[in-house]
Design a binder for this molecule. Sequence first.
Ligand code: ADP
Ligand code: MG
Length: 229
Amino acid sequence: MITIKALRKSYKMGKNKLEVLKGIDLEVQEGEFVAIMGSSGSGKSTLLNIIGMLDVHDSGLYELDGIVIQNLNESKAATYRNKFLGFIFQSYNLIGFKNVLENVALPLYYQKIPRNKRNEIALQYVEKVGLGEWAKHMPNELSGGQKQRVAIARALASQPKLLLADEPTGALDSVTSHEVMRLIQQINDEGKTILMVTHEDDIAHMCKRIVRLKDGVILSDEEITQTRV
Ligand code: ADP
Ligand code: MG
């Protein structure tokens, strides 16, 4: 599903260049559940954003589902993002003036799915994450864990091949984190490929493989015995 070879990324800092990724090699197969770990500033989000086509690499190869991702114009990138990718962020990124159902239905609007059909699909995913009774509530009426469930439903509604999560439990207490991880494990059990950035060791062990970044390179990459929540 993902092939990355000798991938490099730097940011310009005035006259200087900050090299963030210095030659990353990574293969991810369909159905995998991968944690990307590393200390703050190690380039985890940069790597995830490149994989998610929210940022572009300087050199090296990135192939997603057999397509070489390079020099895509924004509209083509947006098409691939909508078609292939679902995102979950630490800060949920819900739209405050739309209710739960409308938030989940939004990506389907961009896919030009008619209103009735989008509401039907959105409700199905709202129910899947256990928030059926909250469908008409606004984000500010929800707890952090519930907000993240809405974000997960929104990410799944367009049936992406790959789910990308950047510190999805970063803003949650440990009990709520575990509840959210139980849901994410269930989604992977159903076959979804998931890449998740985290800096918490216990959360990483709830995935099935841990890739550790340090100083812009992969320090280790190993399959683990998954801790079930
Ligand atoms: P992590 O997610 O592991 O904490 P990041 O990938 O966010 O790390 O950042 C890696 C490094 O790149 C940091 O030093 C950060 O300040 C820098 N960085 C990230 N994004 C940008 C950007 N858009 N412009 C300049 N520097 C950036
Ligand atoms: Mg980050």
